[in-house]
Design a protein around this ligand. Structure first.
Ligand code: SF4
Length: 237
């Protein structure tokens, strides 16, 4: 089995419920989607990065893994494009007794279910319709897949949180509909967090807009938090 990695490095987790933790990031190459706020554009081409045999990739993880690392993130690009390889690498990391973490757009629940047994922490990212991840015709299918991923996480009792990236383009009505769909599938007790993440450097939402969106989540999940990307503020990768 082969895997295409874009880069592997240690930094500070800058997003979500585990921000601030020392993390080894394994960034897989390739993503066919088109979010307008994507901040890893160099890793989008499917032929970016370098190809490794899976044993070599696991060896690279061993070499790069620093003492006292809290977790290993499989990120991208879009890691599910290479789901078999992610499952193998995550299995290897778990054998080292280090927690694994998946950062995916959850666009394919079949691929996701293949990787999930080897993941300890899951961020389920719901893309808003205005993200430009896919066109509006394909958006309902994306949300169905993401909801299925969420169902799988909850039924397998993974530590799961939800993240939604919002911008000045995020409209209230579709956001409300998204919340209704999400909380038909989960209750607040199922979640370890609900994070609203503002875009950085492009179509940034105003504080007023962020607080409006926060107020919409609050009735469902009263510990909702607005957290910008810490790594951007630190100038870290
Ligand atoms: S899914 Fe992630 S990597 Fe792909 S375009 Fe969107 S933000 Fe970028």
């Amino acid at each position: 089995m082969k895997v295409r990695l874009f880069e592997i490095f240690t930094s500070v987790e800058g997003e979500g419920i585990l921000y601030g933790t020392k993390t080894l990031f394994v960034r897989l190459a390739g993503c066919p989607f088109t979010c307008f706020y994507c901040d890893t554009v160099d890793a989008l081409p499917l032929d970016s990065g370098k190809e490794y045999a899976i044993e070599e990739a696991c060896g690279l993880i061993d070499k790069e893994l620093q003492d006292k690392t809290f977790k290993v993130n499989f990120t991208g690009g879009e890691p599910l494009i290479q789901h078999d390889a992610v499952a193998e690498m995550a299995k290897h990391v778990q054998s080292l007794k280090i927690p694994t973490y998946l950062e995916s757009a959850c666009f394919d629940s079949n691929k996701f279910s293949h990787v999930l047994p080897f993941i300890d922490y899951v961020k389920i990212e719901f893309k808003t319709v205005d993200s430009n991840f896919v066109d509006s015709k394909h958006y309902p299918n994306l949300i169905e897949n993401t909801l299925d991923c969420l169902r799988y996480c909850v039924s397998s009792k993974k530590i799961t949180y939800i993240k939604v990236v919002v911008s000045s383009k995020t409209k209230v009505e579709p956001f409300k509909k998204l919340l209704t769909d999400i909380f038909k599938v989960v209750s607040k007790e199922d979640l370890a967090g609900f994070i609203i993440q503002p875009t950085y450097g492009i179509s940034e939402p105003s504080l007023e807009h962020l607080l409006n969106l926060y107020d919409l989540v609050h009735p469902y999940y009263n510990y909702v938090r607005i957290i910008p990307q810490l790594q951007k503020l630190m100038g870290a990768p």
